[in-house]
Design a protein around this ligand. Structure first.
Ligand SMILES: [Zn+2]
Length: 97
């Protein structure tokens, strides 16, 4: 999990997940300094967002629709679970990549 670049406080999993969806950064719960996701970690996150989409390939195999949808849901859950581990914080907004 990432640390605040200002005070060094480690963010919780849910805080880290939240900052990912806030494009204009999020205030550190400890010191109030705005923190942003680094563009480097945004790129990493972008790459793993393709994983659930790739599971659609399973439709090519003769699996039932329920199993395929199940795999896609599990893929999404795993992806969201891993998201905060890939995030690094910065005090400066690096903008869109
Ligand atoms: Zn802080």
């Amino acid at each position: 999990m990432p640390n605040c670049q200002k005070c060094g406080q480690q963010w919780s999993w849910s805080q880290t997940l939240k900052v990912n969806f806030k494009l204009d950064g999020m205030e550190c719960p400890n010191c109030g300094e705005k923190q942003y996701v680094t563009s480097k970690s945004k790129k990493k996150l972008n790459r793993i967002s393709y994983l659930p989409a790739m599971l659609i390939i399973l439709l090519l195999f003769d699996l039932s629709l329920q199993i395929t949808i199940g795999f896609i849901i599990v893929g999404c859950i795993l992806m969201i679970g891993f998201y905060p581990f890939l995030i690094e914080l910065t005090s400066e907004d690096e903008g869109a990549f």
